[in-house]
Design a binder for this molecule. Sequence first.
Ligand code: PMV
Length: 331
Amino acid sequence: MNQHKATARAPANIAFIKYWGKTDSWTRVPANNSVSMCLSEFHTLCTVEISEQFAEDMVSFRGEAVVAGGELERITQVLARVRKLTGQSLFARVATRNNFPKATGIASSASGFAALSAAAVEVYGAKLNQRELSVFARQASGTACRSVPDGFVEWLSDDGAGESYAVSVHSPDWWNICDVVAIVTKKMKKVSSTEGHALAQTSPFYQARLLGMPAKVMALKQALAQKDFSHFGALLEAEALNMHAICLTSTPAVVYWEAPTMSMIRSIVEWRERGAVESYFTIDAGPTVHAICRAEDSGELAQRLAAIAGVREVVVNKPGLGVRLVDRHLF
Ligand code: PMV
């Protein structure tokens, strides 16, 4: 009997410069470069098993079978792509488990599809290097490509040779900063980021956003290289507001924030201006706030955020590793 299993663990990542809008929606080529950090505490584990005894692909999420819908389709498309790459035909059983809530502004699709890609590539025996795995993961879910390399990462929209993937710009131990994540709601968001990306073009400000991107990416990478925290923070905060300005001015408008999101924005700025704690906010496609601070301030900041009405959970993340194969399988 031909039977194999592989398991991968992949981190979520937080974008300092956001990916918002694509030039090719099918292969998920982004309109601009983005810069992110892999998170130490939020990850997906994914086990893929192949066997000639399986009559179809089977998927379970947190132990529950996924029998239909867009999610199942996206996962089976990944499996079909590896089969095509390797000339194999065996069906697979996939189990996946996040240690954080889905679709709340923490990139579950990034960690989920990076882990699935790595496990599937391994079990079907496709020999991909890190760059090729990042390309492969990008085609499954854009931001998944940024969960492949370690630490601080840049996703190149085009590497000059027509390919798009993410590379590590610094290892996790480069800079001792934290992402203090304040989760607001565990409900699924109403507008998926896939829809949001497509709507970006309808904002009258979108072309202006894209024009400013190369200089912004360069400035942020420079602040990161120089470990200039205040400049880095100012840039990432302005960038988060810029992305949400696109969402707010799309047709139809997309409003990802909830009341506690706004309270946190106000508090973070006020604490900074009063000299209480220096942190800067960033927000992905959801109400969750990511407060970026120096490691020594993370405890104080976490306590303050946890005390804000509507905040359900606060988790301190350090810069983390990218995707890894692990020995412990989910089944
Ligand atoms: O990976 P997607 O399609 O869910 O895109 C999400 C993009 C943002 O999280 C909003 C920004 C980013 O670059 O992570």
